[in-house]
Design a protein around this ligand. Sequence first.
Ligand code: PLP
Length: 342
Amino acid sequence: TDPLIRQALVDGVRERMGYPLAQGLPELREAIADWTRRRFDVVLDPDRQVIPTLGSKEAIFSLAQVVVDLDGGKDTIAYTEPGYPVYERGALFAHARPLALPLLEENGFLPELDALDVDTWSRLAAVWVNYPNNPTGAITPLSFYERLAERAREHGFVLASDEAYSELWFDEPPTSALQLDDLTNVAVFNTLSKRSSMTGYRSGFVAGDSELIAALKAFRPTVGTAPQEFVQRASVVAWGDETHVERTRELYRRKRSLFLEFFARKGVRVAGSEATMYLWLAIPRGETSESSEAFSERLLERGVLVTPGSYLGAAGEGYVRLALVPSEDDCRRAIEILEGVL
Ligand SMILES: Cc1ncc(COP(=O)(O)O)c(C=O)c1O
């Protein structure tokens, strides 16, 4: 983590530290609103449209507790698969019906909205989408958010957009659901974990529809998930600086180029993978078609760890996810090993 951010954390530790408030420090909400203005050209009201979170995982998990209404017929949480497992777990812990929407390469890894029937639309409490996407690395045009937000208003569900990887891009900065003209029923989740390499600090935010933010302000004090004030003060510095983020992107860009060049040479197809720290590899089709698990095991035996696509959802079969997290030297070593395997 950048030294300026670490110093802000240290400076934030006072002799007495009371309980932090769930609504967060005004300075942090303003820093987040400033960031969304600079990054997406979106003006948010920091008092009514932003709330800090303890990283984004806890907020993602607990959204279902806030929006599911079993008696009122809002009993379904939809999410895309392959994907981050927490959307489904949050739904299950709220006794909601989880509904997986497959992400297929032929659809640009966007869910097929027309595949849902009217009954399903009316039962939805929330639809989770995640772009740039983990694991496929796919990005989305704003028009997809527009279509989904229109349905969210029509059928009364929350469009929950997990944008954890919005800053790990290589060509064009990705879109955000915050760029929609109408943020009714829209909640965007972001985090400093990937952007600022601050996984251990636990700092993120939810922004969007002011009614939903008010509901979170009412719910969250009970759960005790307000970030520590010294973490919030470090977060003010992190959201306010782009230099360290550019350095992070540059590091991923270099590692990504090494692998892209190698896979192109080997004729291994890289699907999606426009952004994020992941590469989504189509398993080379030999005479027999190998499962993603068997392919991953074969690589693991040589010391290269990838995630079988099927572990991340049924539609992930046929692919593996490679995470560009090891050092550049280790990435080069992995390529040497893969030379002999692929
Ligand atoms: C898609 C996605 N969303 C959210 C998160 C949660 O990140 P954090 O809780 O560190 O903010 C992750 C972490 O890996 C992720 O992959």
